[in-house]
Write a protein that binds this ligand. Structure first.
Ligand SMILES: *Cc1c(COP(=O)(O)O)cnc(C)c1O
Length: 410
């Protein structure tokens, strides 16, 4: 038997209820499995928690975490900005947020993507001096003043981060020692300079690591602004707020981070006195709100072990199978959504329908006894789920997606 992560406290189990209804109700409503169900009430609770902890900081949603259109439309009015990472994401964001509230980061922006961003008034977070030159030329060609920010590759590492982005040679951002010169250059060329974007990592669960990184980021922004000699209108401090996927992990204490940031802001460089600050979050806002539901198609024994074989797997929820940026397979929280409260338990592995041993949603976990027709729930499925999974691999149908739990007064 192996442990699994903790089911988010937002959900009741045995049987599982999402947005006030049993999981089986949602599966029956969309007419088939597998499906992703996103509970907007959980997202709203996260946004409220952020607002309480960071009353003076803008909140941006990094839409690559989950670009499902109804979810995006529900989140957009509740956040101050949307961060996109491609022309395709920009096209998804523009119907729900004005261009001036969208920023576009990411390496390898093509000329047509730069032109699209400039025409729509989105801020381009420049990843290199070459990209700065292309953006300026495109703005000139079309007679539009581009809104440009400098993405900095900082000499800062977010400790314990699932994905370290700073402190090394990088395709992301302009090295800190050249960032001020590029800012100066775009200002002199007549661009609308929007400030700095400094992102040091993702999926951190230690508040002290984030507190330290934010303080260093703020100090770096002050030094860079002094070197430019112009007040940056906005400094995007990055994000990196993690969520507890695995056994032993616990939710992040964001109030502690907010308190420390308020203190650090009180001591910020003079040149940042009137600067706005933003934090950009993806998984922390939406990850825990999503549940992936897949039906048991077969139950089999092999050499003393029991397998529940489901109609969806890593083709829809790659991260849960341990194949998206993890080295050792650890278990996401899972449940038998249709189990009765008094059901006996057993040790089983939950595997998907793909012809690869990598397709394992849960490895030797203790769950209520389940059979063909039962629903398995994989939690933490609201971020980097469907859009980050190899859906074409083996040709199974796409899963359904459903947004529930929208309150009238959001
Ligand atoms: C992906 C990304 C994010 C969101 O990361 P999460 O871990 O989902 O919060 C934020 N900022 C940038 C620049 C990103 O590329």
């Amino acid at each position: 038997m192996k442990p699994m992560g903790t089911i988010p406290a937002d959900f009741e189990i045995t049987p599982l209820r999402i947005g006030g209804q049993e999981a089986a109700h949602w599966a029956a409503m969309v007419g088939d499995t597998p499906l992703f169900v996103y509970d907007m009430a959980v997202v709203q609770a996260r946004i409220q928690r952020f607002r309480a902890a960071f009353p003076t900081i803008d909140l941006h949603y990094a839409i690559k975490a989950n670009p499902f259109a109804p979810l995006l439309a529900a989140i957009a009015p509740l956040v101050d900005g949307l961060d996109v990472a491609s022309g395709g994401e920009l096209a998804m964001a523009l119907p729900v947020k004005p261009g001036a509230r969208i920023s576009f980061a990411g390496p390898g922006k093509r000329d047509d993507e730069l032109e699209f961003a400039i025409r729509s008034g989105a801020t381009i977070n420049l990843e290199s001096s070459g990209e700065a030159a292309r953006a300026l030329a495109i703005g000139e060609r079309h007679g539009v003043t581009p809104r440009l920010a400098i993405r900095v590759n900082p000499e800062i590492e977010l400790r314990g981060s699932g994905m370290r982005m700073g402190g090394r040679a990088s395709p992301f951002g302009i090295d800190a020692d050249r960032a001020a010169a590029v800012a100066r250059h775009v200002i002199d060329a007549g661009a609308d300079w929007r400030g700095f974007h400094i992102f040091a990592g993702s999926q951190a669960l230690d508040p002290r690591a984030i507190i330290e990184t934010q303080a260093e980021t703020l100090a770096l922004a002050g030094r860079l602004a002094d070197a430019v000699g112009v007040m940056p209108p906005l400094v995007n401090l990055g994000g990196g707020f993690g969520i507890p996927y695995f056994p032993g992990e616990t939710p992040l204490d964001v109030q502690a981070i907010g308190d420390a940031l308020a203190e650090a802001l009180g001591k910020r460089a003079l040149i940042l006195a009137d600067t706005r600050f933003a934090i950009e979050l993806g998984r922390w806002l939406v990850g825990e709100a999503g549940v992936y539901l897949t039906r048991v198609v077969d139950r089999k024994e092999s050499r003393g072990e029991t397998f529940l074989v489901t109609d969806g797997g890593m083709n829809h929820q790659l991260a849960a199978s341990g194949n998206l940026g993890t080295v050792v397979k650890r278990n996401y929280p899972v449940a038998i959504a249709t189990a009765a409260p008094d059901a006996p338990t057993e040790t089983v592995s939950v595997v998907g329908p793909l012809c690869t041993p990598l397709d394992r949603l849960a490895d030797r976990v203790t769950l209520p006894v389940a059979d063909v027709g039962d629903l398995v729930a994989v939690f933490m499925a609201g971020a980097y789920g469907l859009s980050a999974s190899p859906t074409a691999f083996l040709g199974h149908p796409l899963p359904r997606e459903l947004l529930v739990g929208q309150s009238e007064h959001s």
